[in-house]
Design a protein around this ligand. Structure first.
Ligand code: EPZ
Length: 419
């Protein structure tokens, strides 16, 4: 268990270097199983979840080395099943199913459970693999997927809460080596899925409709090695962007792709937070804002990201009036609200909506993270609170924010790790 101590209320401003996207890197790492050739990935963030995926690939016999910013991976001749203990540590290990079955004809993984953000079923992943010709069995908490030859098909990947990000990644990775054409309807349109498509294309895959909800994949007999640079992490960027108006500071965030952040930029416009955009940066002028209330709903991309809901809740505590944020992707993802209330926020949970009355003067407190993004929002709250806060269980935050504390210190924050 790790904690950080934060002294709130310090003026913050400056530049933030945005790292490579964790949620793009994880399925791309899994997709390196699709070729015997070496693959190079630039800008892979040094994060706990990425390390776990690298450990799993090494356990399968992969050769992985790091030179400066470039990770070299060669999965030639890999064998065996992924290590169950490592797989169970991280839900995103489910991304291994598609590549393993495409390359190996089989995959055995522990069935992922729910987590602090609510139930996390994988029925759509399994349905898609079945449609591609896989046999699926669940025995003793393990998923067994096998296929003699994957065949292209038409499948619909939408569920109760919309499309599935890692589900689309799995089906894509299986379809690229299937015989014939696969049409994925209601595919996830997240930039991380598009980035995976571009990576697979560079390896020789034939994919069209990239970035749209209908992806068409023409199966090929084999894929080759490539080099790929990950897109900037739009959730890391969004977390810092939301801190700028909270701290009334001006932040320059780069590298950034503003086209990936449309819903956040629109929310800033409506809350009267000025921004300036360039081809590779976003500047958030928090010193010049007068925060108005906001009513927004999280939705699959290009909607407002569920991964920024918690941080947006903190911003709403500082806006004048009643703000509402409705969670449509993970209806139970509200563990952070109780902790924010303990700091003085006025929030009521009504079904899937948090109703936030602002502005509230937040006070330092001893608070605990229950998940990655909820944990990051507690950092933001503590940074603007009066007095000192201790945020416990920050190992969750380490899973998604590279050098978070160092980056915050560079902006002027007083923050130190304890324990
Ligand atoms: C990805 O998770 C991200 N993880 C999550 O990031 C993110 O919150 C989520 O997408 C939504 O944007 C990675 O990319 C590694 P989903 P994923 O399948 O793919 C339901 C973070 O903090 N569903 O798109 O697991 C599901 O319950 C994280 O970085 C089914 O019903 O999410 C949810 O309500 C956490 N059946 C919705 O769909 C399925 O088979 C979207 O989930 C699969 C999902």
């Amino acid at each position: 268990m790790s904690s950080v101590r934060i002294v709130g209320g310090r003026p913050l401003s400056g530049e933030v270097a945005v790292g490579g996207a964790k949620n793009g890197g994880l399925p791309i790492l899994a997709a390196t199983l699709l070729t015997d050739d070496p693959v190079a990935i630039d800008n892979l963030p040094q994060l706990e979840d990425i390390r776990t995926m690298v450990t799993i690939l090494r356990g399968l016999g992969g050769e992985i080395s790091q030179r400066e910013d470039i990770t070299q991976i060669c999965m030639k001749g890999f064998s065996g099943d992924p290590d169950g203990e490592a797989v169970s540590r991280m839900r995103a290990s489910v991304c291994l199913l598609g590549p393993l079955v495409a390359r190996h004809g089989r995959a055995v993984l522990p069935l992922p459970g729910g987590c602090a953000i609510g139930p996390r079923p994988i029925d759509l992943h399994l349905y898609g693999l079945q449609k591609l010709g896989c046999e699926i069995a669940l025995r003793n908490g393990l998923i067994h997927v096998s296929a003699k030859r994957l065949r292209g098909t038409r499948l619909f990947l939408g569920g109760r809460h919309g499309s599935t990000v890692t589900g689309t990644a799995n089906i894509l990775c299986a379809a690229v080596l299937a015989k014939g054409t696969t049409e994925i309807q209601c595919a996830a349109c997240e930039p991380e899925v598009a980035d995976l498509c571009h990576f697979l294309q560079k390896m020789g895959a034939k994919i069209s409709g990239i970035g749209s909800p209908i992806l068409t994949v023409e199966g090929v007999d084999g894929l080759h090695g490539t080099r790929h640079r990950l897109i900037p992490d739009r959730i890391q960027l969004g977390t810092f962007a939301l801190l700028a108006p909270l701290a009334r500071g001006d932040f320059l965030l780069s590298p950034a792709d503003p086209s990936h952040c449309g819903a956040l930029l629109e929310a800033f416009d409506r809350m009267a937070v000025p921004t300036e955009l360039g081809p590779n940066f976003i500047r958030v002028l928090g010193s010049r804002c007068h925060l108005g209330p906001m009513d927004l709903t999280t939705l699959p991309y290009p909607g407002f990201p569920t991964d920024l809901q918690a941080a947006m809740c903190v911003l709403m505590t500082q806006a004048e009036g009643i703000s509402i944020i409705t969670e449509r992707v993970y209806p139970h993802r509200f563990a952070h609200l109780g902790e924010l209330e303990r700091m003085g926020a006025a929030i009521a949970l009504e079904g899937q909506s948090a109703i936030v009355k602002g502005p509230s003067g937040l006070r330092g407190a001893s608070i605990a993270a229950a998940d990655l993004r909820g944990g990051a929002c507690l950092y933001l709250a503590a940074l603007i609170a009066e007095g000192e806060s201790t945020v416990r269980n920050v190992q969750y935050v380490d899973r998604g924010y590279e050098n978070f504390e160092e980056k915050l210190r560079r902006l002027g924050a007083q923050i130190e790790r304890i324990g």
